[in-house]
Ligand binder design. Sequence first.
Ligand SMILES: [Zn+2]
Length: 75
Amino acid sequence: MYYIKKTMEISASHSLTLSYPSKCSSLHGHNWTITVFCKSKELNKDGMVVDFSEVKRRVHGYLDHGNLNELLEKD
Ligand SMILES: [Zn+2]
């Protein structure tokens, strides 16, 4: 098995649903450091699990400057 990890920074908003009054219940932003792990049984034709720029495009491109409550909505 082959593994890669990529750490990147995003700026994104969220709000918390809490059982007590808190300013964190309002939509607000943070700078987040996130780490993405990928694994594959085989390397692709270029000898990679996946190109790091593709990981950044998909993950950073999806989450940066977004509302995490909407983007990472639970099922
Ligand atoms: Zn917060």
